[in-house]
Design a protein around this ligand. Structure first.
Ligand code: INI
Length: 158
């Protein structure tokens, strides 16, 4: 049986990042992690675009717009939804995640969800590079892998 696994090679890929300004301290750490990952995997800075948006609820729209532009092999969505900060935490977290999944399926461009949902700021910081990994870095890995799987599938069809 033939198998395809996505390469972790970002040279030549075009990637856009939509990042939420809400909880900016955490978002910036996620962005740093994502950029670190891309650079380490050969990504050319000129092939990227970072767009800052207000909050996690606005990320899906902008991510979809970036995907529809046809200019990017993948779009990364970054931000943090923290329970302690809002009564409508569950709405923001769920709608944001749903919007990102829908946008990816509708546009057929990988839109990778790197939006943290945590109970506390401490948990968010821990997952933004302070303690247990960086979700921005992980999301960038997934973007590289998924973009390459799509390219490999396209090449197979040709
Ligand atoms: N946006 C976030 O990105 N994180 C949050 O934790 C958050 N909280 O707590 O409310 C949040 N709210 C703003 C929301 O994303 C929209 O920007 C706002 O509702 C306007 O549409």
């Amino acid at each position: 049986m033939q198998e395809i696994t996505g390469k972790y090679e970002a040279a030549g890929l075009k990637i856009a990042i939509a990042v939420s300004r809400f909880n900016e301290l955490i978002s910036r750490k996620l962005l740093d992690g994502a950029l670190d990952c891309l650079t380490r995997h050969g990504f050319a800075d000129k092939n990227g675009l970072v767009v800052w948006v207000s909050g996690a609820l606005e990320v899906p729209l902008i991510a979809q717009k970036l995907a529809l532009s046809g200019k990017y092999d993948a779009v990364l969505a970054l931000g943090a939804v923290i329970q302690g900060e809002t009564a409508h935490f569950e709405v923001v977290a769920a709608e944001s995640a749903k919007g990102l999944s829908q946008a990816a399926l509708q546009t057929q461009v990988p839109i990778i969800n790197g939006i943290l949902t945590t109970n506390t700021v401490e948990q968010a910081l821990a997952r933004a590079g302070v303690k247990s990994g960086n979700k921005g870095f992980e999301a960038a890995m997934t973007a590289i892998e998924t973009a390459n799987i799509l390219k490999q599938l396209q090449a197979k069809d040709a």
